[in-house]
Design a protein around this ligand. Structure first.
Ligand SMILES: [Fe+2]
Length: 802
């Protein structure tokens, strides 16, 4: 038997991945010398076994030499090792970067034997940045452990790797002594153009390029109509519906960019891109999908109602469970709690087919309740210029054909020291004046819905709430932990897109505050909603539906739920996805945990969950509703919820934003003028409304600047990158250790998702499903798992990444 085995390691680095177009090719003098003498990259092979006395075996080490630097951005290093016989299986490779710059390590492949006929020993997919080693001290960065792609629960870690597993986690967590930058005041946040993102959470270059290109394109779009306006007044409404339609035509010339300087306060980075743009000719906005189908859909009540079930905010509609409706706010502050929506009003609108008590009993009444959420902000927002605000309640009736009929809208201004409470109920009418008031009331509710959607359904419940899972998983789960492998694809780019959002969208003075009805109270409102509404156990799809009364548990029903509205496209398609994720996760959990004891005894898993609850969601750490990870079922349910939120919930509320909101009359982000009938009535405004209600509604809609900026942003946010990774897709097929049970479960997951695509296509063609199929109706495709790149209105990426 040979005393040594020749082992060759080939390490592949990418020079163009990682964003900011940073080249990783060694270029400075010191690095060049290091390369010449072959001292740039140091590799150590770690045995999985201990020696006979129970100690770690000495590592086998070697410097690697650069052997190839092709023009396609791939740099290859090779190292040769003499591995003693009896070394045991290689369980990890330690990589030390002695260059002066970070390197993106793609993979390391180990082969045994020299020359032709080498056999592969190990393939490690690293996909991670290795920072330069700055000193001789063991503790300095630059040394990274990459484990063989085989997963182990902590208790099953091969003996030789136990310390490496612990050290690897400790290094990722740091020792808590890191210092804030000098100008970083921990008690307050100051405006900054950069938000820290851990290195491995950055966009790949493909994503970066796509995002920038799309942004550039969109900002050109946004800038044009503004530039065309002769009066550069940011409050200017659109002069006519014709001008709104013109936004969707091609080939308008862009005047000199100097005239757009005022845009700099809104989108400074974008303006820079604009300067480097391709010239004067620009393309305008694509026509949104709903307008292509039916240009006048935005005017129709039935479309308003349908979008609560099959639009981009299907998370707001709820069952009316008591009547009369009553506010939970303090009447001493806000005025009488009882709603002005009476049984008489509703019964008239229902055509007296039944009484309100009967409708309640039959679960036929539904509502959008934006009353208690917005009422405390009404006077604060009204003190700002060029805007107004109400609390609102909107009531729907479930008809015999399964569709919702819009019955009434109540708008409320709470009492204030100077004014009593004002509220009025608006209804559809054959009286033309009332009919226009009805349209204006709808515009207000839609603006409330747009704010609720972006700040709560979208930002808070997906982008924001996923961050604690990401941080805790990276800090507490070793890279060899099976649950880390399961969750990792669902965290892709979330930290990065959130950092971008924090610098451009939700920041003080950012686009959300500029253009959405809660204005500068936007983030405050989001925080209040987190405080009052967010609970982990209600973030699962079944939990959310039951909470809103849109479903009740029924073991005999499909998915165990009976829906209150049978044709609820988001819920019906979403439950298919929920169940598919659940089956995959249950199979995965079953593969790694034999019983309850294995779960309770997994210290990394418990530390992860503990950190999510007590640190990430620290404000809610004492809530009784947190699941305890003590059985395979509770673990699977918890993980299914996390994956559902990061992937499917986000997709449902994200990728239709341009389709439904691009034509802003359908979804104005803000309603800026009071109802002309609000008391005390402004006679001049009332006169103008009666004279030209078309103009009055355009003045209520977002200004030209607000509308175009929002359109540009919705366009970017609705776009799938060309490197998108979809739920259950090939790109994230788990490959660790060639585990047959995991492979089979993933294959079944993938097959099920493909099957679901077909089921959804079938449903969209089923004429009996009137909430998703009919004249001029956009088919409901947001829960279709796969998509092409671009704005497609379908596709569920693994993670919240745009
Ligand atoms: Fe998003």
């Amino acid at each position: 038997m040979a005393a040594v085995v020749k082992v060759k390691a080939v390490a592949t680095f990418k020079v163009t991945v990682g964003g900011l177009l940073k080249s990783l090719r060694p270029s400075n003098a010191i690095d060049n010398v290091r390369e010449l003498i072959g001292r740039s990259l140091f590799l150590e092979l770690v045995s999985s076994h201990l020696d006979k006395s129970g100690k770690e075996k000495p590592v086998v080490h070697s410097y690697a030499h650069k052997v190839d630097d092709d023009d396609h951005g791939v740099v290859t290093y090779e190292a040769n090792f003499d591995v003693p016989a009896g070394f045991g299986p290689i369980g990890a490779v330690v990589v030390t970067n002695h260059l002066q710059q970070e390197m993106f390590l793609e993979d390391v492949n180990l082969t045994a034997g020299a020359g032709a006929g080498n056999s592969t020993l190990l393939s490690i997919r690293c996909k991670s940045w290795v920072q330069p080693k700055s000193g001789e001290d063991e503790g300095t960065p630059g040394k990274r452990v990459f484990f063989a792609n085989k997963t182990y629960l902590p208790s099953q870690t091969p003996a030789g790797l136990k310390n490496y597993r612990k050290k690897g986690l400790k290094e990722k967590r740091g020792d808590g002594t890191g210092q804030r930058e000098a100008d970083d005041n921990p008690k307050s946040e100051s405006r900054s153009n950069s938000v820290y993102v851990p290195r491995d959470e950055e966009f790949s270059e493909v994503k970066n390029t796509q995002f920038s290109l799309k942004t550039l394109q969109s900002v050109l779009h946004a800038a044009v109509p503004v530039a065309q306006s002769t009066i550069l007044d940011s409050n200017q409404p659109f002069p006519s519906f014709f001008v709104i339609d013109k936004l969707f035509e091609d080939g308008v010339e862009l005047p000199g960019v100097e005239k757009l300087n005022f845009l700099q306060s809104i989108v400074p980075r974008l303006l820079e891109l604009l300067r480097d743009g391709p010239g004067d000719k620009v393309l305008l906005f694509d026509t949104p999908a709903n307008v292509k189908k039916d240009k006048f859909a935005w005017l129709r009540d039935e479309e308003f109602a349908r979008e609560t079930l099959a639009g981009i905010n299907p998370y707001a509609i709820e069952l009316v469970r008591e009547f009369p409706l009553k506010s939970k706010l303090d009447p001493a502050v806000y005025g009488p709690a009882e709603s002005a929506i009476t049984a008489d009003i509703l019964e008239t609108q229902m055509g007296h087919v039944m009484t309100v008590p009967e409708a309640l009993k039959q679960k036929r009444l539904f509502m959008l309740d934006y009353h208690d959420l917005f009422l405390p902000y009404v006077h604060k927002i009204r003190s700002l210029k060029n805007t107004t605000m109400y609390g609102s309640r909107t009531i729907f009736f479930l008809t015999d054909d399964g569709t919702l009929r819009l019955l009434a809208i109540e708008l409320t201004r709470p009492s204030s020291p100077s004014q009593p409470q004002w509220r009025q109920v608006f209804t559809p009418s054959t009286d033309t004046t009332k009919s226009w008031l009805w349209r204006m009331a709808k515009a207000h509710v839609r603006a409330h819905d747009a704010g609720h959607h972006e700040l709560i359904t979208h930002w808070l419940r997906t982008h924001c709430a996923v961050e604690p899972y990401i941080i805790a998983a990276n800090r507490q789960l070793s890279e060899m932990h099976p649950i880390y492998h399961l969750l990792r694809p669902h965290f892709r780019y979330t930290m990065k897109i959130n950092a971008l959002a924090r610098t451009r969208l939700i920041n003080a003075g950012g686009i959300i505050e500029l253009a959405f009805s809660p204005q500068k109270y936007s983030m405050e409102l989001s925080s209040v909603a987190y405080d009052k509404l967010w609970r982990f156990d209600m973030e699962s799809l079944p939990g959310d539906l039951v909470r809103r009364g849109m479903a009740e548990e029924d073991p005999t029903a499909r998915h165990g739920l009976k829906l209150a509205v049978e044709d609820y496209p988001f819920a019906n398609d979403g439950l298919l996805i929920w169940d598919a994720i659940k089956s995959w996760v249950e199979a995965y959990v079953a593969r790694f945990y034999a019983d309850d004891v294995a779960i309770a005894g997994d210290e990394e898993l418990q530390a992860f969950w503990n950190e999510v609850r007590t640190v990430g969601h620290g404000d809610k750490k004492d809530e009784p509703w947190w699941p305890v990870l003590d059985t395979p079922a509770s673990l699977a349910h918890t993980l299914t919820t996390i994956i559902w939120v990061a992937a499917a919930h986000h997709a449902a509320v994200n990728f239709g934003q341009y389709d439904f909101g691009g034509y802003f009359p359908n979804r104005p982000s803000i309603a800026r003028t009071k109802m002309p009938v609000e008391e005390p009535v402004d006679e001049a405004a009332m006169g103008k409304f009666l004279d030209n209600p078309d103009q009055a509604i355009r003045e209520c809609f977002p200004s030209q600047v607000q509308a175009t900026v929002v359109m540009a942003v919705l366009d970017v946010l609705s776009t799938h990158s060309s490197d998108e990774e979809y739920l259950g897709g090939e790109e994230t097929r788990p490959w660790n250790g060639g585990d047959a049970a995991v492979q089979a479960a993933y294959a079944a997951f993938n097959a099920r998702l493909k099957e679901i695509e077909g089921v959804i296509d079938g449903r969209n063609k089923d004429k009996s499903l009137k909430n998703r199929c009919g004249a001029g109706i956009l088919p409901y495709q947001l829960m279709k798992p796969f998509s092409e790149a671009g704005v497609t209105g379908m596709g569920i990426p693994n993670s919240t990444s745009i």
